[in-house]
Design a protein around this ligand. Sequence first.
Ligand SMILES: [Zn+2]
Length: 243
Amino acid sequence: MNIFDIPAFTDNYIWAIQIDDSITIVDPGESIPVLKVIEEKKLNLQDILITHHHYDHTGGLLELKKYISGKVYGPKNENIDGIDIALVESDLIETLGHEFRIIETPGHTLDHLAFYNMQANVLFCGDTLFSAGCGRLFEGTYDQLHGSIQKINQLPDETKIYCGHEYTLSNLEFVKSQINSEFIKEKYKETVKKRSMNKITLPSTLSSERKINPFLLETVPDDIQDLKAVDCFKELRIRKDNF
Ligand SMILES: [Zn+2]
């Protein structure tokens, strides 16, 4: 399975899963950059996967739907126009011969889903978990988002994290202000370098995130490490919102 990014807006990534000449795309916030890639690389568009209803993840859906030979899979949310198959926790879908399991991850929005492929250890998690950070709470509670991130935290170390935005650098600015760790400092330097060359910082891996992403609660600031898990998570989210 080859996966590549199609940049959209200022910092969104539309992900393309490619097998031979066919692609399935995840979270098409825009249609034009996708149509351009399809034309340039002479690809067929198979399916569309949607993680949540926000416009920067769905804005290109209806236009691109005209070109797909398969289906549009996404949350059970009637506010999203164009979903063919509405998904719930533990549903299994198949695209391009690969199976993805649905993980409900409410918090950022209430309808949020993640798509997990066990064979390749690949997770498309939209705006739930970012590299070195997590999504803002727009609709859910701290408890819900914490629970969703802990579901992701059950996946294997090698899991590749494909999230919806290039936020790694600004997230690491926050993390290094909170936690004194050589690994985080190194990651920050590496990220500054990549971004100065306009290179993508994704996918991350869960093993790396466990060392740099406090929202997984594996590595947290000393002054809040004794708090109850959800309180620690809430305090981190509030600090990040005010950073
Ligand atoms: Zn969002």
